[in-house]
Write a protein that binds this ligand. Structure first.
Ligand SMILES: Nc1ncnc2c1ncn2[C@@H]1O[C@H](COP(=O)(O)OP(=O)(O)OP(=O)(O)O)[C@@H](O)[C@H]1O
Length: 320
């Protein structure tokens, strides 16, 4: 049987001020993309730093592919993009990667092709000979991604991998994670970009005050409910009951920003279990002579879950 990529049992880090991580247990299977979420100061980076062997736990234990964290065998399997990255600014991007390759024990002659390919992959192929001090923050983060990917490890820890990037860069990182996932990599992703997490992650855990509040697949934490919004013209209020009775769905007129626009269309919000139900609803609306202008999945559900789950709990940053 395959060993879990990550297995943590009661992993704890007490910085001596009551902060850190408290008794975290979780398992991440090989090939999974796992989203690790939580407000600022929740303990996400602390947990990752223990797993990659940068800081020593004060309690509990963990293993990567069955090897104790911190051991050479465990570290051989990982690539790590830290949240606060900083590379030798007097070196070029290529030289930083050559240095990392040397630390991996590779011969320089074997690295040239791999380094070029990686720089292209992370979108700085044309700037590989420029010094890091001339890189923007986003470019340095791209270089950090290349360092994490260099040895082609099966397990990647990416701590806020696109935090310094513009929207195009964020999209590229999302696509990169998709490609890595398709290639069978295991990815442990710390991110505040919940839309990305929703699309990329198989499972998520929500950390607050150093402990896990909730975990599960994205659909489990969202209770398998999916919210859709439909912009409809020629809608009569009597239609609402009829549509609800015919489809058995919970529907309501959405009074958000797009409620009644100039063309007198309305936004209808529908909570559905399957995409077939939305197809059926669209069909009925058109059949009844209404005009369907737009159909979209409502965003921000993971945001709502995050805010709802954390709300009311003491925030680590505010706690004594
Ligand atoms: N070396 C340290 N010594 C003392 N306290 C620390 C140390 N490093 C982190 N902490 C505290 O531990 C808690 C968790 O910090 P951590 O950086 O792991 O949070 P995080 O969830 O990654 O936050 P963010 O989303 O802001 O990056 C915070 O309250 C932080 O102040």
């Amino acid at each position: 049987m395959n060993k879990a990529a990550i297995e943590a049992r009661g992993l704890t880090k007490d910085y001596g001020n009551g902060r850190g991580c408290r008794s975290i247990s979780l398992t991440v299977g090989q090939g999974e993309v796992f989203g690790f979420l939580g407000p600022n100061g929740a303990g996400k980076s602390t947990f990752v730093k223990m797993l990659v062997g940068l800081i020593r736990p004060t309690g509990g234990e963990a293993a990567l592919y069955g090897h104790p964290i911190g051991s050479l065998e465990a570290r051989r399997n990982i690539g790590y993009l830290p949240e606060l990255y900083r590379y030798q600014e007097w070196l070029s991007g290529e030289e930083v990667l050559q240095l990392h390759a040397k630390l991996c024990g590779w011969k320089p002659s074997n690295t040239v092709g791999r380094i070029r390919q990686l720089l292209d992959e992370v979108g700085i192929g044309l700037r590989g000979k420029d010094r890091v001090k001339h890189y923007s923050k986003g470019m340095q983060q791209r270089l950090g991604l290349a360092c994490a990917l260099l040895s082609d490890p099966p397990l990647l820890f990416l701590d806020e991998p696109s935090s310094a990037m513009d929207p195009v860069g964020r999209k590229e990182v999302r696509e990169l994670v998709h490609r890595l996932k398709a290639a069978g990599k295991t990815i442990f992703l710390n991110s505040h970009l919940l839309e990305d997490v929703e699309v990329l992650c198989d499972r998520v855990a929500l950390l607050n005050n150093g402990t896990i509040l909730q975990s599960g697949t994205v659909s489990e934490v969202l209770q398998e409910k999916k919210l859709w919004q439909l912009r409809i013209g020629g809608f009569e209020s009597s239609m609402l009951n009829w549509l609800q009775e015919t489809t058995g769905l919970s529907l309501h007129i959405h009074c958000g920003s797009g409620a009644a626009s100039m063309d007198e269309s309305i936004w209808l919000e529908a909570e559905v279990e399957t995409e077939e139900q939305i197809g059926w609803l669209n069909h009925l609306i058109i059949e009844q002579g209404m005009t369907l202008y737009e159909v979209k999945k409502a965003g921000g559900k993971l945001d709502e879950w995050f805010v709802g789950a954390v709300a009311g709990r003491s925030h680590r940053g505010e706690r004594e």
